[in-house]
Design a protein around this ligand. Structure first.
Ligand code: 0XW
Ligand code: MG
Length: 367
């Protein structure tokens, strides 16, 4: 089974009910890249990569598209399997995990279709038929924060991520107290600063919220700051943006610097890389989320298939952009209902985009 054609579409995803606001960025729309790979056996696989603008991770849409053009050219005629393709892509290009991820996801889709298995079965098997999502509440004032978290908890969400990093640590702390007070027992609360705090700010915030059972996600921007903060505050520190590749994630786990992970499947390079993170995190008993930056049905499916194989006691949930995305690429895609997501059971990813809905391709490469 060898690759014969690659087609890429570039699609704008307006933010429904937007803008999406977090520390350091406000988005009214995102740009996603949808990749279709075809084989000489007639199978088709779909991948996707959707940078969160150009400042959340070291990737941006135009760069991912350019990298995919070069990578797919190098893959024409190659075996349509994740490992041989990964080795070939490393020989072709250093880094660019967010581009390589789209290829990797499409190849797992093909492998599932070739074997008649849903991707989660190829990853060792789903542990349940539906998995919890979590809701990310944007930067607001304390009263609006309390109202929003109460509403999402009433919908059925079992975990809430509160965006902080407003520039006023006291206000961040007030929002966290308001959120904690508004949440029913059993709903977990994480404070995600998206790199906005200095080490001093994070220490100050931790003191102001010492009574709250929360975790601080990506409080500071750099790995050096996160390592400096470790041991200086009582709250667990979760790494998200800092996990820019597999090696850095492994190091953060091995050294005990990350007490939790907010993982993005395309940031580390796709399903294959995220599989390694899953098992390393489990070995260290570190909870993790299985998300992506943004994106539509294909990315959502990749996250849900992998998320379904994470042990429930170490699973923080799968965030999906789906509530903010107006259209499905095809008939359906994973959707959040009452804070939970049904795990697809058909072969591959279980998502079949309709090319007619995707517009003109950005490029097409053939063997
Ligand atoms: C909440 N998310 C998964 C959605 C946006 O991509 C940001 C990200 C996060 O955890 O910061
Ligand atoms: Mg985060």
């Amino acid at each position: 089974m060898r690759l014969t054609r690659a087609t890429l579409w570039t699609r704008d995803l307006p933010v429904v009910g937007g803008p999406y606001v977090y520390a350091g960025a406000t988005h009214d729309a995102l740009t996603t890249l949808i990749l279709r790979l075809e084989t000489d056996t007639g199978l088709t696989g779909w991948g996707e990569s959707c940078p969160l603008g150009a400042t959340y991770a070291p990737a941006f849409p135009e760069g991912v598209a350019a990298a995919l053009r070069r990578l797919t050219r190098a893959l024409m005629g190659a075996k349509a399997l994740p490992r041989p393709a990964a080795v070939r892509m490393e020989a072709e290009m250093m880094g660019q995990p967010q581009a390589k991820a789209a290829v990797d996801i499409a190849l797992w889709d093909i492998l599932g279709k070739a074997t008649g298995q849903p991707v989660h079965a190829l990853l060792g098997g789903a542990l349940r038929d539906r998995i919890p999502s979590y809701f990310a509440v944007g930067l607001m004032d304390p009263d609006a924060t309390a109202a929003k978290v109460a509403a999402v908890a009433a919908e059925g969400y079992t975990a809430v991520q509160l965006k902080i990093g407003s520039g006023d640590v006291a206000r961040d702390a007030a929002c966290l107290h308001a959120a904690h007070k508004a949440l029913p027992k059993g709903v977990t609360l994480t404070a995600d600063a998206n790199r906005a705090l200095t080490v001093g700010d994070a220490m100050h915030l931790s003191r102001l919220t010492a009574d709250l059972p929360i975790a601080l996600e990506q409080p500071c921007a750099t790995r050096a700051e996160l390592r400096d903060l470790a041991g200086k505050i009582a709250h667990p520190i979760y790494w998200d943006e800092a996990t820019e590749d597999l090696a850095l994630t492994m190091d953060a786990l091995a050294r005990g610097h990350a007490q939790g992970l907010g993982m993005k499947i395309t940031r580390v390079g796709g399903i294959s890389a995220m599989l390694a993170v899953r098992d390393m995190a489990a070995a260290r008993r570190v909870p993790m989320s299985v998300d992506d930056h943004w994106g539509g049905d294909i990315i959502a499916a990749a996250c849900v298939h992998l998320g379904a194989t994470v042990a429930p006691d170490l699973f923080r949930g799968t965030w999906l952009a789906q509530p903010y995305v107006a259209h499905h690429y095809g008939a359906t895609g994973p959707t959040i209902s009452g804070g939970w997501i049904d795990v697809p059971q058909s072969p591959g990813l279980g998502v079949t985009p309709d090319p007619a809905r995707l517009g003109q391709p950005t490029f097409e490469v053939t063997a």
